[in-house]
Design a binder for this molecule. Structure first.
Ligand code: ADP
Length: 541
């Protein structure tokens, strides 16, 4: 029997109409470093129409790629709405990648227009000549465009262009399956790969973000996305906020703890998403300055494993409820969220959201039982999980219609995922696997440890053994120098009982900072390279 329901298209256009139409007095607030710019959603609708009109006047009349090179702010949000709704494809360039990678990605995506934030003109200028497909550059904010002019592109001022455009735009009827936006993975191995989201996948992902098993967004919320809009769509928060009618507070380029603490105290967000490093910085800042974080009802955190100690401290000292989430660029990104009554559940990567299916696959591609014990690679599939890469065959990443995540861990019968490592970071010692993430989490529970990254290093007897690279907090030590044999003894003692004896690292490096990737994760490959070049001072113990 046929249903009586239409295949009414699920589009970003309808998210935009709903959010800006019904919640016109809610707003996007952009922090300027010393104050705020406020744009009510009613006015945001007009801005989106003018941006679409402006792009149309530059010749964007189909599925051309319109790239952004910017921070989380009102202009970026305007592009998030206008570009997909006009039928073009939004391409958020990751400003933190190496210049060659940015040029490669822009060429691979065939970017036609780039909207650049004024503060990033100096960063874009040297790359622009290599962005061969780009015809137009639109500069948002006050900047000297001179460095851009020699690249042979048409350079425009955002405000002038929008002021010349009509106030209305005739938004087209779109097929929900067409491309709306694209993002490249940060390419920890090989070239970055393009993931292309459809209107449908963005819509369904936003609905999922709004469910209570995820973030439960509503029109009473004020959402502060600290996670960049150029990385995995700021976890889908911008679209979900508009769908829910929640206001957005944008930190722009001010991502240091003192700025974020101020924005939280003054603008009183209820929900805010950021990676663990940022929450770690905020926690230390808040302890020192007694910051007011009381407006936050929910803090989704992920991107890398969230130390339980961090979640506990934020909750016990500041009443901030942190919820771990897992996902990747390929999964739009939200796939699991760790709500639960016990710390045991909350320390997992989370429970699969409705729509996302997961399984654990072991040696020889055997699907293992979701028994909470069997360890293997996590595979997922669902309406917002990619099933291929843009213009690239990579069968090694897909398995019978499932995405191989490259993450290793366990799945239980309740759908909770526990990750023990990324496949390439697992430490293989004497035929057994040691989880670098477990060691790191345990170490970061020590009050004097700011950061800990554990890598596998060659060992004659065992094949590989863990090397713990630790950043110490001088102030927490009360004058005792821990960066030597005393520290090693102390940390080994601290770990005993938390991890099996044979997993205890016997190699230690006390470092000033753990190197980070472009998206703020521990750059373990860099650490491994530093180790093989003999650049890490090792203390044995
Ligand atoms: P990449 O870092 O490869 O560019 P993404 O930024 O999309 O890709 O990050 C996805 C990866 O981040 C996941 O595959 C996983 O390894 C890691 N990750 C994300 N959330 C978590 C989490 N809560 N715990 C552990 N790892 C996580």
């Amino acid at each position: 029997m046929r249903s009586t329901m239409p295949d009414h298209p699920l589009t970003i256009t309808s998210i935009m109409r709903h959010g800006t139409g019904l919640f016109g007095d809610h707003e996007v607030v952009t922090y300027t470093g010393d104050g705020y710019r406020r744009l009510p959603y009613r006015a945001l609708a007009g801005e989106a129409a003018r941006l679409a009109g402006a792009l149309r006047s530059l010749g964007v009349d189909g599925d051309q790629r319109v790239a952004t090179f910017g921070w989380n702010n009102a202009e970026h949000l305007t592009a998030y709405l206008a570009v997909p709704a006009m039928g073009a494809v939004l391409h958020t360039l990751n400003i933190r990648l190496f210049p060659e990678q940015i040029a490669y990605i822009a060429g691979h995506a065939e970017d036609d227009v780039v909207i650049v934030d004024a503060s990033l003109v100096p960063l874009l200028a040297p790359i622009l000549p290599e962005m061969k497909t780009v015809r137009h550059v639109i500069v948002a904010g006050a900047a000297d465009p001179a460095p851009l002019l020699s690249a042979g592109k048409d350079v425009h001022d955002y405000r002038t262009l929008l002021d010349q455009a009509p106030d209305d735009f005739d938004w087209p009827e779109l097929d929900e399956r067409t491309a709306a936006a694209m993002c490249y993975t940060s390419g920890t191995t090989g070239n970055p790969k393009g993931v292309v989201y459809s209107h449908r996948s963005a819509y369904l992902h936003s609905m999922s973000v709004c469910t209570a098993n995820a973030m439960g967004l509503s029109s009473r919320d004020r959402v502060l996305p600290i996670v960049p809009m150029f990385h995995a769509n700021a976890w889908g928060l911008p679209y979900a906020a508009l769908m829910a009618g929640a206001s957005l507070i944008m930190p722009d380029r001010f991502l240091q703890a003192e700025h974020l603490a101020r924005v939280i105290a003054e603008e009183r967000p209820t929900v805010s998403g950021a990676v663990p490093t940022i929450w770690g910085d905020l926690l230390r800042h808040a302890r020192q300055h007694g910051s007011d974080l009381s407006s936050l009802r929910l803090v989704p955190c992920g991107g890398s494993a969230v130390p339980e100690a961090l979640m506990r401290s934020l909750e016990e000292e500041f009443g901030v409820h942190v919820v771990q989430a897992w996902g990747m660029t390929e999964t739009s990104p939200l796939a699991t969220v760790a709500h639960g009554d016990s710390w045991e559940l909350r320390a997992t990567q989370g429970r699969l959201l409705a729509g996302v299916e997961g399984r654990i696959v072991g040696a020889g591609d055997t699907v293992l039982e979701p028994d909470g014990v069997s360890v293997g690679e996590l595979e997922v599939r669902g309406p917002w999980v990619t099933s291929s890469y843009h213009l690239e065959e990579d069968p090694s990443r897909f398995h019978d219609g499932w995405l191989r995540t490259g993450d290793v861990g366990r799945l239980d019968a309740g759908g909770y995922v526990t990750l023990t490592d990324r496949a390439k970071d697992v430490i293989k010692s004497g035929g057994e696997w040691i989880s670098s993430v477990e060691l790191e989490n345990a170490l970061m529970g020590h009050p004097a440890v700011v950061e800990a990254a554990v890598i596998g290093v060659p060992d004659e007897r065992w094949g590989e053994r863990p090397l713990a690279c630790v950043v110490l907090d001088g102030d927490a030590l009360g004058g005792t120098a821990l960066d030597g044999a005393t520290g090693v003894a102390e940390l080994r003692e601290f770990l005993s009982g938390k991890v099996a004896r044979w997993q205890l690292p016997e190699r230690w490096a006390f470092v000033q900072a753990v190197p980070k990737t472009s998206v703020g994760k521990f750059a373990k490959r860099t650490l491994r390279e530093m180790h093989s070049r003999g650049e890490l001072t090792i203390t044995e113990g």
